[in-house]
Design a binder for this molecule. Sequence first.
Ligand SMILES: [Zn+2]
Length: 339
Amino acid sequence: MSARAQVSKNGAVLLGDSVACDAFDPKRPLRIVTHAHADHLGGLKKSLRCCQKVLMTKATRDLAETLNETLKLQGSCVQTLEYGKTLKFAEEKITLSKADHILGAAQVLVEDEGGIRIAYTGDFRIDDTPVIESDVLVVEATYGSPSFRRNFDVDVRDLLVSMVERRLRGGAVYVFGYYGKLQEVMQLLRQADVTVPFVMPQRMYDVTKVCERHGMKLGGATLSTESDGHELLESNLPCVAFYHMNARSHAGLRNARITVSGWEFNNPCKQIGDREYLVALSDHSDFDGLIEYVKRSKAKQVITDNYRVSHGAVLAKEIHRRLGVSAIAMPQSAGQTTL
Ligand SMILES: [Zn+2]
């Protein structure tokens, strides 16, 4: 059964006979994109040329196009599939289901003709992700080491909202993070009745518009490059400015600044500068969440994705030790042994 799933050297998650997820594989006619983050779009242009079909949710298609100007997905061999709907491909059945990560993110289930269930989580946060029961499971391993645990006694979302609210009294508050997660922050703030304008540069604005089209309630957005947005920031009026992580070196240096990051485990909130804070908001499961998913999936064999992070080997060892389930990391790193 081991060959029913693998992770190739270039990061393609191979499921059953036909499917390659999240990177190009020359032997697989069906490419699936689990979500629009760059480390899951590997070789997509090649897949568009060489695969029979490229499958993803509608939201992932729209986000991927927005984030990559040179990608043309409409009118190509891309087929969109809703959560819970099944596609028959050769002798296999493919179903996408929700992954709580960014808008459009999906888990993949392949059922082969012998009835074996082969699943891949993609990136996920355990909170709102339905667990797929499977025989063979490929699981992400971003926080795959036991040191990556967030046992905070406060709700990080509530904390973030109250931090923003408090700092708005002093004018514009800058929030930094990745595409997708910042739109989650916008939604959290709107749900908490924060009504100030949200100001952002073009690319963030475009992503926000896609999220709104797909049902997220973000309460409108203002471009930082147009006069309204420019004026709000220049005059330091109460508003929240959303910038990509890469803009931290130059945006809002005179203002209150909050960075949302999953890579903080000791404190829900840490001061990292004069008026700058790190808030531990993640869109991935921590170590305990990964173990919990594997346990509830009832998988008999697990492969950890060791391509996108280097914690796959530790996670595989811990799955075997804690759950007694056979687990290996793929692709294997040098010196790694197979359980
Ligand atoms: Zn991701």
